[in-house]
Ligand binder design. Structure first.
Ligand code: SF4
Length: 144
């Protein structure tokens, strides 16, 4: 059976920075015939829940992956290491099982695709994990 990666918060898991979830009502029917691998890159990187919201200081996830930018949380702490570790853990799972598809939560500094979080709020670009999966050739679908 095909395996797919899914942002845990979209499945109703309370993994978000504010301790809440963001269940996507239209997602479960699309996942009926696949084996779901729920992930929260921020938790996998060692961040607690709830946690201070984070943002990419410059550019987007691609810049973080290439070492040109970093992430900070609202308390001014550098959380780049945790974001990179979490993205790599998700990538490791994808490689382990030959996963080719991911459904990721929109607008997140980890999971966002096309829109992510900058110092002043939403910015165009990809989150760190979404960008890493995209670079691996995984088809990433963004879910609102
Ligand atoms: S958007 Fe991604 S990093 Fe944020 S809570 Fe959901 S799964 Fe975790």
């Amino acid at each position: 059976m095909e395996r797919v990666i899914v942002s845990a918060c979209l499945l109703g898991m309370r993994t978000r920075y504010d301790g809440d979830s963001k269940p996507a009502a239209d997602l479960p029917p699309k996942l009926r015939d696949v084996c779901v691998v729920p992930v929260c890159p921020e938790q996998l990187g060692g961040l607690p829940t709830p946690r201070a919201a984070s943002y990419i200081t410059e550019g987007d996830g691609a810049d973080v992956l290439s070492g040109k930018s970093r992430l900070k949380n609202e308390e001014g702490e550098d959380v780049t290491g945790q974001f990179l570790l979490g993205a790599k853990e998700v990538a490791r799972l994808a490689q382990m099982w030959g996963i080719k598809k991911a459904y990721l939560k929109s607008k997140s500094p980890s999971c966002g695709l096309g829109v992510t979080q900058g110092p002043e709020g939403e910015i165009p670009g990809n989150g760190v994990c979404a960008e890493l999966l995209r670079q691996m050739g995984i088809e990433v679908t963004v879910v609102e």
